[in-house]
Design a protein around this ligand. Structure first.
Ligand SMILES: [Fe+2]
Ligand SMILES: [Fe+2]
Length: 135
């Protein structure tokens, strides 16, 4: 049973972000559900999609001059660094540590969506340039 399951409470009413968040939750569940022998592969896949997700949010903050974005960008950077350390652990067979990290990441992610991402989504929904953005 994964630590975090997708639910409508995680929706921010901004489809491009919601879609990537749902993908993250599913990939993280794959990490938590897979056997140790597949852990590094799933963790690596999660990192690459997380990089895309954080990068896109960072770009939105930059392009819309979102004034409270610096702490948000910093959180993304710190979390990605920790995840990259986790990949080293996964590759050297430290599965328990990686599984602890995955559970912690799931708890962090839910909080992150409901705080910093929620503020960003609210901001983006108010930007006329984003109203017609394809999902
Ligand atoms: Fe996000
Ligand atoms: Fe974020």
């Amino acid at each position: 049973m994964p630590t975090l399951n997708w639910s409508d409470t995680l929706l921010l009413d901004f489809a491009p972000m919601d879609d990537m968040h749902r993908e993250f939750v599913n990939l993280l569940a794959d990490v938590e559900n897979c056997p140790d022998s597949d852990l590094a592969r799933h963790w690596d896949a999660l990192i690459s999609r997380t990089q895309a997700l954080f990068g896109r949010e960072d770009d939105w903050m930059k392009s819309t001059h979102f004034s409270s974005g610096s702490n948000h960008v910093l959180q993304h950077r710190v979390v990605l660094n920790v995840m990259r350390e986790g990949l080293g652990l996964a590759r050297s067979g430290e599965s328990t540590q990686v599984r602890d990290m995955a559970a912690e990441l799931a708890r962090w992610f839910a909080k992150h969506i409901q705080s910093l991402d929620a503020a960003l989504a609210l901001h983006l929904r108010g930007q006329s340039a984003f109203q017609g953005i394809p999902a």
